[in-house]
Design a protein around this ligand. Structure first.
Ligand SMILES: NC(=O)c1ccc[n+]([C@@H]2O[C@H](COP(=O)([O-])OP(=O)(O)OC[C@H]3O[C@@H](n4cnc5c(N)ncnc54)[C@H](O)[C@@H]3O)[C@@H](O)[C@H]2O)c1
Length: 334
């Protein structure tokens, strides 16, 4: 199989993927670009060398580049995606895909026109928690799945200016995508409410008054789900959560992203006793490093990786970094 030449554009959060592409056995040449050229230089040095492009246009015009991964600020995603696809290259873009229905339609049209692959790089579907809950589903442990919940609480104080006052559901993907994947269905109806109040200066950029938004979804299958998202002035600790409620078992994300999830197993009510018994197990997540090419398995932990003892390595690692690295390596589909 021909190796893919990949260009990585935007090297803030995006910088974390440079090493993964560099070591991925299916990737040929890696090109880096950031409008901050010193940052591109630093990232290239950190991974032991990569080609650095002088502009975005240079990448689009380079026939040797097969695929572009965009990790640039949110307001640029739609335009840059359309330009990558129209240049005849595969495009992966970090979340959110776009922030208006018109821009989403433009991307769908560009994808069809180009015949190239597009992927919105949703990360929650590559977490240990999602893998574990999917395994429970495959093994029928949930019984009948009755309800879903999703959450993403994050405080965006002091983040770059384009975040200030962003309507929470414009970046609802981490809270919603796991439910959609789990439902084997599609959302057909939604009721979303904004809640709370924000400082006046936070309302200026997008005209959004709400720090928190919460939505109830109906799936085509008839299932229902709920997702809540907060970005400002809400003290809740960080959580990108997925919650699955079944007749025999439930999966609930840990209280914070560094804590282990809760797996509840239901024991049927016995004759003469009111209600069944629910046994809650705080469950450490296994490392699913085997699903990755060997060369990049070590990115699944923040510290040293011992292939003979991945679970032990996992405990020593930096949990959030692990997730992102693992997720994106798995997402290298194109
Ligand atoms: N889990 C996730 O999926 C996840 C996590 C973090 C961030 N993100 C997404 O990743 C994106 C980047 O996040 P961030 O925190 O690094 O943002 P940031 O604004 O801090 O950094 C963006 C980087 O892109 C560069 N840049 C700006 N304009 C550019 C252009 N025209 N061409 C090339 N480079 C350009 C900047 O110099 C900077 O290095 C955001 O869209 C965010 O939504 C996703």
């Amino acid at each position: 199989m021909k190796k893919l030449n990949v260009a990585l554009v935007g090297l803030g959060f995006g910088g974390a993927f440079a090493g993964i592409y560099k070591e991925h056995p299916d990737v040929g040449e890696l090109t880096l670009f950031d409008t901050d050229s010193a940052k591109a230089q630093r990232v290239a040095e950190h991974i032991g060398g990569a080609k650095i492009a002088g502009s975005f246009e240079e990448i689009l015009a380079d026939p040797s580049v097969d695929a572009v991964h965009l990790v640039t600020p949110i307001p640029m995603h739609a335009d840059q995606t359309v330009r990558v696809l129209d240049a005849g290259k595969h495009c992966a873009c970090t979340v959110p895909m776009a922030t208006s229905l018109e821009d989403i339609q433009r991307i769908v049209d560009a994808k069809r026109r180009s015949g190239k692959n597009y992927m919105m790089m949703e990360t929650t579907l590559y977490t240990y928690q999602f893998f574990y809950a999917s395994e429970m589903k495959r093994e029928g442990k949930f019984g009948k799945i009755q309800f879903f919940r999703g959450s993403h609480y994050q405080d965006m104080a002091n983040w770059p200016s384009y975040w200030m006052g962003l309507p929470p559901m414009w970046y609802g993907t981490h809270a919603i995508a796991p439910m959609v994947a789990f439902s084997d269905s599609r959302i057909c109806r939604v009721n979303c409410f904004g809640s709370g109040t924000m400082e006046p200066w936070l309302r200026e950029q997008y005209g959004n008054p709400f720090p928190v938004e919460s939505a109830l979804f109906e799936f085509e299958s008839g299932m229902k789900g709920e997702a809540t998202r907060s970005l400002f002035e809400c003290a809740r600790v960080y959580q990108e959560g997925m919650f699955v409620y079944g007749s025999n078992a439930c999966f609930e994300w840990g209280f914070g992203d560094g804590s282990d999830p809760y797996v509840t197993v239901y024991q049927q009510a016995v004759e003469g006793k009111r209600g069944g018994r629910s046994v809650v197990n705080v469950t450490p997540m296994p490392n699913y490093h085997e699903s990755l090419p060997q060369e990049i398995q070590h990115f699944t932990v923040g510290g040293k990786f011992d292939p003979l003892n991945p679970q032990e390595s996992l405990k020593k690692g930096i949990f959030t970094e692990i997730l992102y690295h693992a997720q994106f390596s798995c997402a290298l589909y194109f």
